[in-house]
Design a protein around this ligand. Structure first.
Ligand code: HEC
Length: 321
Protein backbone atom coordinates (compact mmCIF):
# COMPACT_ATOMS: atom_id res chain seq x y z
CA UNK A 1 0.00 0.00 0.00
CA UNK A 2 1.31 3.42 -0.83
CA UNK A 3 2.12 5.56 2.21
CA UNK A 4 -0.23 8.53 2.54
CA UNK A 5 2.09 11.48 2.11
CA UNK A 6 1.70 15.18 2.34
CA UNK A 7 2.81 17.05 -0.74
CA UNK A 8 6.35 18.35 -1.00
CA UNK A 9 5.13 21.97 -0.93
CA UNK A 10 3.38 21.49 2.38
CA UNK A 11 6.36 19.65 3.90
CA UNK A 12 8.64 22.54 2.93
CA UNK A 13 6.33 25.02 4.63
CA UNK A 14 5.98 22.83 7.73
CA UNK A 15 9.77 22.31 7.96
CA UNK A 16 10.34 26.06 7.83
CA UNK A 17 7.78 26.62 10.58
CA UNK A 18 9.25 23.82 12.71
CA UNK A 19 12.82 25.16 12.46
CA UNK A 20 11.60 28.66 13.25
CA UNK A 21 9.71 27.42 16.31
CA UNK A 22 12.71 25.39 17.44
CA UNK A 23 15.06 28.36 17.36
CA UNK A 24 12.53 30.86 18.66
CA UNK A 25 11.09 28.85 21.58
CA UNK A 26 12.95 25.53 21.71
CA UNK A 27 16.47 26.84 22.31
CA UNK A 28 15.40 29.31 25.08
CA UNK A 29 13.42 26.53 26.78
CA UNK A 30 16.35 24.10 26.65
CA UNK A 31 18.72 26.84 27.85
CA UNK A 32 16.66 27.21 31.02
CA UNK A 33 17.04 23.49 31.70
CA UNK A 34 20.78 23.56 31.02
CA UNK A 35 21.67 26.73 32.89
CA UNK A 36 18.99 26.38 35.62
CA UNK A 37 18.69 30.17 35.51
CA UNK A 38 15.22 31.62 36.18
CA UNK A 39 15.20 33.23 32.72
CA UNK A 40 15.85 31.88 29.21
CA UNK A 41 18.97 32.84 27.27
CA UNK A 42 17.88 35.01 24.33
CA UNK A 43 18.58 33.84 20.78
CA UNK A 44 20.27 36.65 18.84
CA UNK A 45 18.58 37.79 15.63
CA UNK A 46 21.66 36.95 13.56
CA UNK A 47 21.59 33.36 14.79
CA UNK A 48 17.94 33.08 13.78
CA UNK A 49 18.88 34.51 10.38
CA UNK A 50 21.65 31.94 9.90
CA UNK A 51 19.44 29.02 10.87
CA UNK A 52 16.67 30.11 8.54
CA UNK A 53 19.02 30.76 5.59
CA UNK A 54 20.64 27.34 6.06
CA UNK A 55 17.22 25.69 6.25
CA UNK A 56 16.04 27.44 3.08
CA UNK A 57 19.22 26.42 1.24
CA UNK A 58 18.80 22.80 2.35
CA UNK A 59 15.14 22.75 1.33
CA UNK A 60 16.00 24.30 -2.03
CA UNK A 61 18.56 21.56 -2.70
CA UNK A 62 16.08 18.95 -1.59
CA UNK A 63 13.27 20.24 -3.83
CA UNK A 64 15.41 20.81 -6.93
CA UNK A 65 17.31 17.55 -6.61
CA UNK A 66 15.28 15.97 -9.43
CA UNK A 67 12.80 17.04 -12.11
CA UNK A 68 10.04 15.11 -10.36
CA UNK A 69 10.86 16.71 -7.06
CA UNK A 70 10.55 20.20 -8.53
CA UNK A 71 7.33 19.50 -10.39
CA UNK A 72 5.95 17.83 -7.28
CA UNK A 73 6.75 20.99 -5.32
CA UNK A 74 5.30 23.32 -7.94
CA UNK A 75 2.13 21.33 -8.55
CA UNK A 76 0.03 22.87 -5.75
CA UNK A 77 1.45 26.30 -6.57
CA UNK A 78 0.45 26.04 -10.22
CA UNK A 79 -2.91 24.58 -9.33
CA UNK A 80 -3.51 27.47 -6.97
CA UNK A 81 -2.47 30.09 -9.53
CA UNK A 82 -4.81 28.59 -12.11
CA UNK A 83 -7.64 28.86 -9.67
CA UNK A 84 -7.75 25.11 -9.13
CA UNK A 85 -8.63 25.49 -5.42
CA UNK A 86 -11.48 28.00 -6.00
CA UNK A 87 -11.11 31.38 -7.53
CA UNK A 88 -12.09 33.29 -4.45
CA UNK A 89 -9.23 31.74 -2.42
CA UNK A 90 -6.82 32.80 -5.16
CA UNK A 91 -8.21 36.32 -5.14
CA UNK A 92 -7.91 36.59 -1.36
CA UNK A 93 -4.32 35.30 -1.22
CA UNK A 94 -3.12 37.30 -4.20
CA UNK A 95 -4.51 40.47 -2.62
CA UNK A 96 -3.29 39.65 0.87
CA UNK A 97 0.36 38.99 -0.03
CA UNK A 98 1.08 42.35 -1.76
CA UNK A 99 -0.92 44.13 0.93
CA UNK A 100 1.12 42.43 3.66
CA UNK A 101 4.43 43.28 2.01
CA UNK A 102 3.28 46.84 1.40
CA UNK A 103 2.30 47.19 5.03
CA UNK A 104 5.69 45.86 6.18
CA UNK A 105 7.57 48.26 3.92
CA UNK A 106 5.41 51.11 5.20
CA UNK A 107 6.09 50.07 8.83
CA UNK A 108 9.84 50.03 8.23
CA UNK A 109 10.08 53.30 6.33
CA UNK A 110 7.56 55.49 8.11
CA UNK A 111 9.33 57.95 10.45
CA UNK A 112 8.62 57.20 14.10
CA UNK A 113 8.76 59.22 17.27
CA UNK A 114 11.37 57.37 19.30
CA UNK A 115 14.57 57.84 21.23
CA UNK A 116 17.45 57.80 18.74
CA UNK A 117 19.52 54.65 19.12
CA UNK A 118 22.78 56.56 19.22
CA UNK A 119 25.69 55.24 21.23
CA UNK A 120 25.96 56.39 24.79
CA UNK A 121 28.19 59.41 25.36
CA UNK A 122 30.67 58.47 28.04
CA UNK A 123 31.79 62.00 28.83
CA UNK A 124 28.74 64.25 28.55
CA UNK A 125 29.38 67.88 29.26
CA UNK A 126 26.09 69.72 28.73
CA UNK A 127 25.57 70.21 32.46
CA UNK A 128 29.24 70.24 33.48
CA UNK A 129 29.72 73.43 35.48
CA UNK A 130 32.56 75.50 34.00
CA UNK A 131 33.76 76.32 37.49
CA UNK A 132 34.88 72.71 37.92
CA UNK A 133 37.09 72.72 34.85
CA UNK A 134 40.08 74.40 36.46
CA UNK A 135 39.79 72.54 39.77
CA UNK A 136 43.09 70.96 40.78
CA UNK A 137 43.58 68.03 43.06
CA UNK A 138 44.81 69.63 46.31
CA UNK A 139 46.63 66.42 47.21
CA UNK A 140 48.76 66.08 44.09
CA UNK A 141 50.69 69.25 44.90
CA UNK A 142 50.61 70.01 48.65
CA UNK A 143 51.33 73.59 49.68
CA UNK A 144 54.49 74.64 51.48
CA UNK A 145 52.55 75.00 54.74
CA UNK A 146 51.24 71.45 54.43
CA UNK A 147 54.72 70.12 53.75
CA UNK A 148 56.09 72.02 56.75
CA UNK A 149 53.35 70.67 58.98
CA UNK A 150 54.10 67.17 57.75
CA UNK A 151 57.82 67.61 58.50
CA UNK A 152 56.93 68.69 62.04
CA UNK A 153 54.68 65.65 62.48
CA UNK A 154 57.39 63.37 61.09
CA UNK A 155 60.02 64.85 63.39
CA UNK A 156 57.81 64.29 66.41
CA UNK A 157 56.86 60.82 65.09
CA UNK A 158 53.22 61.90 65.34
CA UNK A 159 52.02 61.69 61.77
CA UNK A 160 48.29 62.26 61.46
CA UNK A 161 46.32 59.81 59.32
CA UNK A 162 42.70 59.93 58.19
CA UNK A 163 40.41 58.15 60.70
CA UNK A 164 39.61 55.32 58.24
CA UNK A 165 43.18 53.97 58.31
CA UNK A 166 44.25 55.03 61.80
CA UNK A 167 43.35 51.73 63.49
CA UNK A 168 45.26 49.66 60.98
CA UNK A 169 48.38 51.78 61.23
CA UNK A 170 48.23 51.72 65.04
CA UNK A 171 47.78 47.95 65.07
CA UNK A 172 50.82 47.61 62.80
CA UNK A 173 52.87 49.86 65.09
CA UNK A 174 51.86 47.76 68.13
CA UNK A 175 52.77 44.52 66.42
CA UNK A 176 56.04 45.53 64.76
CA UNK A 177 57.27 48.21 67.16
CA UNK A 178 59.11 50.26 64.50
CA UNK A 179 61.38 53.20 65.32
CA UNK A 180 59.16 55.46 63.26
CA UNK A 181 55.57 55.13 62.05
CA UNK A 182 56.59 56.11 58.51
CA UNK A 183 58.44 52.80 58.20
CA UNK A 184 54.94 51.57 57.42
CA UNK A 185 55.64 52.76 53.86
CA UNK A 186 58.54 50.84 52.34
CA UNK A 187 58.79 53.19 49.34
CA UNK A 188 61.78 55.23 48.15
CA UNK A 189 60.63 58.78 49.05
CA UNK A 190 59.65 57.68 52.55
CA UNK A 191 62.97 55.88 53.16
CA UNK A 192 64.80 58.94 51.98
CA UNK A 193 62.82 61.13 54.35
CA UNK A 194 63.48 58.76 57.27
CA UNK A 195 67.21 58.86 56.53
CA UNK A 196 67.10 62.66 56.39
CA UNK A 197 65.19 62.80 59.69
CA UNK A 198 68.01 60.79 61.27
CA UNK A 199 70.69 63.07 59.92
CA UNK A 200 68.63 66.11 60.89
CA UNK A 201 68.75 67.65 57.41
CA UNK A 202 65.31 67.40 55.82
CA UNK A 203 64.74 68.89 52.37
CA UNK A 204 61.29 69.99 51.30
CA UNK A 205 61.17 68.16 47.99
CA UNK A 206 61.72 64.82 49.70
CA UNK A 207 59.15 65.63 52.37
CA UNK A 208 56.65 66.62 49.69
CA UNK A 209 57.16 63.38 47.77
CA UNK A 210 56.79 61.43 51.02
CA UNK A 211 53.61 63.33 51.91
CA UNK A 212 52.10 62.46 48.52
CA UNK A 213 52.88 58.80 49.29
CA UNK A 214 50.90 59.12 52.49
CA UNK A 215 47.97 60.70 50.61
CA UNK A 216 48.13 57.91 48.03
CA UNK A 217 47.96 55.30 50.74
CA UNK A 218 44.94 56.97 52.29
CA UNK A 219 43.31 57.36 48.89
CA UNK A 220 43.86 53.70 48.07
CA UNK A 221 42.29 52.71 51.37
CA UNK A 222 39.24 54.87 50.65
CA UNK A 223 39.09 53.45 47.12
CA UNK A 224 39.10 49.91 48.51
CA UNK A 225 36.30 50.79 50.90
CA UNK A 226 34.07 52.65 48.45
CA UNK A 227 34.89 51.94 44.81
CA UNK A 228 36.55 48.54 44.63
CA UNK A 229 33.30 46.55 44.66
CA UNK A 230 32.47 47.93 41.22
CA UNK A 231 35.69 49.26 39.70
CA UNK A 232 37.85 46.37 40.94
CA UNK A 233 41.24 45.90 42.62
CA UNK A 234 42.97 46.40 39.31
CA UNK A 235 40.80 49.47 38.51
CA UNK A 236 39.79 47.65 35.33
CA UNK A 237 36.05 47.90 36.08
CA UNK A 238 35.92 44.23 37.08
CA UNK A 239 35.02 44.33 40.77
CA UNK A 240 32.84 41.60 42.28
CA UNK A 241 29.66 43.63 41.67
CA UNK A 242 30.57 44.71 38.13
CA UNK A 243 28.75 41.90 36.33
CA UNK A 244 25.48 42.95 37.93
CA UNK A 245 25.18 46.12 35.87
CA UNK A 246 24.12 46.50 32.24
CA UNK A 247 26.24 49.61 32.08
CA UNK A 248 29.55 48.29 33.35
CA UNK A 249 31.68 50.26 35.80
CA UNK A 250 34.39 52.12 33.95
CA UNK A 251 37.82 50.61 33.36
CA UNK A 252 40.17 53.37 34.52
CA UNK A 253 43.15 51.62 32.94
CA UNK A 254 41.57 52.03 29.51
CA UNK A 255 43.00 54.90 27.46
CA UNK A 256 39.57 56.32 26.67
CA UNK A 257 38.41 56.96 30.23
CA UNK A 258 39.90 59.06 33.04
CA UNK A 259 43.02 59.86 31.03
CA UNK A 260 41.05 61.86 28.48
CA UNK A 261 39.35 64.14 30.99
CA UNK A 262 40.56 66.95 33.22
CA UNK A 263 40.73 66.27 36.94
CA UNK A 264 37.90 68.70 37.64
CA UNK A 265 35.65 66.64 35.39
CA UNK A 266 36.55 63.41 37.18
CA UNK A 267 35.79 65.17 40.45
CA UNK A 268 32.42 66.31 39.13
CA UNK A 269 31.56 62.79 37.90
CA UNK A 270 32.52 61.22 41.24
CA UNK A 271 30.65 63.93 43.12
CA UNK A 272 27.35 63.57 41.24
CA UNK A 273 27.50 59.95 40.06
CA UNK A 274 24.83 58.43 37.81
CA UNK A 275 22.01 60.73 39.05
CA UNK A 276 24.03 63.76 37.93
CA UNK A 277 24.31 62.63 34.32
CA UNK A 278 22.44 64.56 31.58
CA UNK A 279 20.25 62.86 28.95
CA UNK A 280 22.99 62.29 26.40
CA UNK A 281 24.60 59.81 28.80
CA UNK A 282 21.55 57.56 28.46
CA UNK A 283 20.31 54.94 27.54
CA UNK A 284 20.86 52.70 30.55
CA UNK A 285 21.06 54.19 33.98
CA UNK A 286 24.48 54.44 35.53
CA UNK A 287 24.80 52.68 38.87
CA UNK A 288 27.60 55.02 39.88
CA UNK A 289 26.63 56.40 43.30
CA UNK A 290 26.34 60.10 44.08
CA UNK A 291 29.42 60.36 46.25
CA UNK A 292 28.77 63.88 47.55
CA UNK A 293 26.18 62.25 49.79
CA UNK A 294 28.66 60.02 51.60
CA UNK A 295 32.22 61.24 51.04
CA UNK A 296 33.69 64.61 51.94
CA UNK A 297 35.36 66.70 49.26
CA UNK A 298 38.77 65.83 50.69
CA UNK A 299 38.00 62.13 50.65
CA UNK A 300 36.88 62.34 47.02
CA UNK A 301 40.09 64.11 46.00
CA UNK A 302 42.26 61.61 47.86
CA UNK A 303 40.48 58.77 46.05
CA UNK A 304 40.94 60.48 42.69
CA UNK A 305 44.65 60.85 43.40
CA UNK A 306 44.85 57.12 44.11
CA UNK A 307 42.59 56.26 41.18
CA UNK A 308 44.91 57.88 38.63
CA UNK A 309 47.92 56.40 40.36
CA UNK A 310 46.50 52.86 40.40
CA UNK A 311 45.54 53.16 36.75
CA UNK A 312 48.98 54.63 35.94
CA UNK A 313 47.33 57.51 34.12
CA UNK A 314 47.65 61.27 34.29
CA UNK A 315 44.62 63.55 33.87
CA UNK A 316 44.28 65.77 30.84
CA UNK A 317 45.53 69.33 31.26
CA UNK A 318 42.81 72.04 31.19
CA UNK A 319 42.78 74.01 27.91
CA UNK A 320 44.34 77.14 29.38
CA UNK A 321 47.59 75.29 30.21
C1 HEC B 1 27.72 50.52 42.35
C2 HEC B 1 28.86 50.46 41.50
C3 HEC B 1 29.86 51.60 41.52
C4 HEC B 1 30.60 52.06 42.59
C5 HEC B 1 30.57 51.58 44.03
C6 HEC B 1 31.45 53.09 42.06
N1 HEC B 1 31.22 53.26 40.73
FE1 HEC B 1 32.16 54.56 39.49
N2 HEC B 1 31.02 53.96 37.94
C7 HEC B 1 30.10 52.93 37.99
C8 HEC B 1 29.52 52.75 36.68
C9 HEC B 1 28.44 51.72 36.33
C10 HEC B 1 30.15 53.68 35.83
C11 HEC B 1 29.95 53.82 34.34
C12 HEC B 1 28.77 54.61 33.99
C13 HEC B 1 29.01 56.05 34.07
O1 HEC B 1 29.74 56.57 33.23
O2 HEC B 1 28.45 56.66 34.98
C14 HEC B 1 31.06 54.44 36.66
C15 HEC B 1 31.84 55.50 36.20
C16 HEC B 1 32.79 56.15 36.95
C17 HEC B 1 33.61 57.25 36.48
C18 HEC B 1 33.56 57.88 35.12
C19 HEC B 1 34.78 57.59 34.35
C20 HEC B 1 34.78 58.15 32.96
O3 HEC B 1 35.86 58.13 32.34
O4 HEC B 1 33.74 58.60 32.51
C21 HEC B 1 34.42 57.61 37.52
C22 HEC B 1 35.49 58.70 37.53
C23 HEC B 1 34.11 56.75 38.63
N3 HEC B 1 33.12 55.87 38.26
C24 HEC B 1 34.74 56.81 39.86
C25 HEC B 1 34.32 56.08 40.96
C26 HEC B 1 34.89 56.28 42.30
C27 HEC B 1 36.03 57.22 42.64
C28 HEC B 1 34.21 55.45 43.13
C29 HEC B 1 34.37 55.30 44.63
C30 HEC B 1 34.28 56.49 45.43
C31 HEC B 1 33.22 54.73 42.32
N4 HEC B 1 33.33 55.15 41.02
C32 HEC B 1 32.36 53.79 42.81
C33 HEC B 1 29.74 52.19 39.08
C34 HEC B 1 30.25 52.36 40.35
Amino acid sequence: MKKPRIGSFLSVVLTLLAVYALVKWGIPAVSREVTTLPFPLPVPGTLMFFYMVLTIVALFLFVTFSEEGLSDFLKPVKKFLRGGYTKSLRAVVLTAIPALIGWQVYEITVPKVEVPSSLRIQHPSSNFPKSFEAKKNPFSSPTEAEVDAFIEQAKANEVVFIPQVRDDVERWVDEIGPDHVLEFFPVAPMMKLLAQLQSGDVDKETAKAALIEKYLFEGRALYAMNCRACHGDSVAGDGPMADGFKLRPINFADNGTIETIVEGYTFWRVTNGGPGLPNEATPWDSAMPEWKLSLTEEQRWRIILAEYNLAQKTPRMPESH
